[in-house]
Design a protein around this ligand. Structure first.
Ligand code: NAD
Ligand code: TYD
Length: 345
């Protein structure tokens, strides 16, 4: 029997990972430590809330006393908890530094007092490399960090702490650097769910700038399989890129979603760009592929499965479009949409 301390398990990837782990591994035991910020939704784990292999602890990863209490129980730590939305990091960077840097340090401090711990899997991001253009070489794990947003800088800071704990304390940390994930239960502030739910409500889809920025789209289930592999096969002290090579421009993604839902492309609006917007990310994922992992979903399957999930689950996302989200939406998009450029095809 192995015990997993998962942080941020009520969020998008964390909840998919916990469901994946408990379905695949009958003897796994999971403690989910989650603060339940606006991004955390206990509904995400309603399928396992009564499972005696699963325990939820509401709390903050920055709370050293709480983290020290939970850590000795864990064979594995899988660290997802973070502030994750680039746009919010432009409005208010402080909470990103607090959770993504200080919170990571707090977990590492407790982990180094825990001889039982086999692996500390830190979920970082491809955004630590900074902007990568189609003409550049794809990022490899030894490339320098050049983060450009408060979000990516705080993720880079957390990861740097991990690397220091590997060399200083020989902590068995493995680092994952995944591409943009999509799939069930992603918060509707993120691009693919935002486009999908706005389209379903016949509301405009805000595209930043010219819409030619490129992102890879990794289906969350493929990502969970990669993380599971790294927990057992990842070398302590090593980082692993996790990309699906499903690169498309944001405009292509929005058009594809509208076509799938049989909604008019005229719902697209070009709005004022995000400050410091990275125009692309490209990962070389040869290192994790050499361990035997490869994604099962191409671009089309990734978006189709995701859109279908939102189509089938309005009871999940309609309550998330609440007054708190409306206030954020107005702040983020009100002026932008008033000054938007229409789609001309
Ligand atoms: P999310 O925003 O959906 O969920 C984050 C979760 O962390 C929420 O449940 C929230 O309540 C919890 N949390 C936030 N602050 C906390 C704190 N101080 N203490 C305890 N819990 C706290 O995030 P996600 O999209 O699932 O991302 C998970 C991880 O993967 C993050 O570390 C993120 O940086 C990384 N990542 C995400 C993507 C992506 O495309 N979503 C891509 C690359 C890397
Ligand atoms: P996002 O989902 O915020 O992920 P990230 O910025 O971490 O990659 O955004 C994905 C892409 O979509 C990114 O290039 C920004 C763009 N985008 C828009 O064009 N409009 C939007 O309303 C949002 C939220 C994102």
């Amino acid at each position: 029997m192995s015990k997993y301390l998962v942080t941020g398990g009520c969020g998008f990837i964390g909840s998919n990972f916990i469901l994946h782990l408990l379905a695949k591994n009958p003897s796994a035991r999971v403690i989910n430590l989650d603060k339940l910020t606006y991004a955390g939704n206990p509904e995400n784990l309603s399928d396992v809330s009564g499972d005696d292999r699963y325990r939820f602890v509401q709390g903050d990863i920055c709370d050293a006393a709480l983290v020290s209490e939970l850590m000795p129980e864990a064979d594995y730590v899988v660290h997802f908890a973070a502030e994750t939305h680039v746009d919010r990091s432009l409005m208010e960077p402080g909470s990103f530094i607090q959770t993504d840097v200080f919170g990571t340090y707090t977990l590492l401090e407790a982990a180094r007092q825990s001889p039982r711990l086999k692996r500390f899997l830190h979920v970082s991001t491809d955004e630590v490399y900074g902007e990568v253009l189609p003409t550049d070489a794809a990022s490899t794990e030894t490339d320098p960090f050049l983060p450009r947003s408060p979000y990516s800088a705080s993720k880079a800071g957390g990861e740097m702490q991990c690397r220091a704990y590997v060399s200083t304390y020989e902590l068995p940390v493995v680092i994952a650097r995944p591409a943009n994930n999509v799939g069930p239960r992603q918060h509707i502030e993120k691009f693919v769910p935002l486009c999908t739910t706005n389209a379903l409500c016949d509301e405009p889809l805000p595209i930043y700038g010219d819409g030619q920025q490129v992102r890879d789209r990794l289906f969350v289930e493929d990502h969970c399989e990669a993380l599971d592999l790294l927990l057992h096969e990842g070398e302590p002290g090593e980082a692993y890129n996790i990309g699906a090579d499903n690169q498309r421009t944001n405009l292509e993604v929005a058009e594809f979603i509208l076509d799938l839902l049989e909604k008019p492309r005229s719902l697209i609006r070009f709005v004022e760009d995000r400050a410091g917007h990275d125009r692309g990310y490209y990962l070389n994922s040869g290192k994790i592929r050499s361990l035997g992992w490869s994604p099962s979903h191409d671009f089309k399957a990734t978006i189709e499965k995701t859109v279908d999930w939102y189509l089938q689950n309005p009871l999940w996302w309609e309550p998330v479009r609440d007054a708190r989200f409306a206030e954020y939406y107005q702040q983020q998009y009100g002026k932008r949409l008033a000054e938007a450029r229409p789609y001309t095809g």
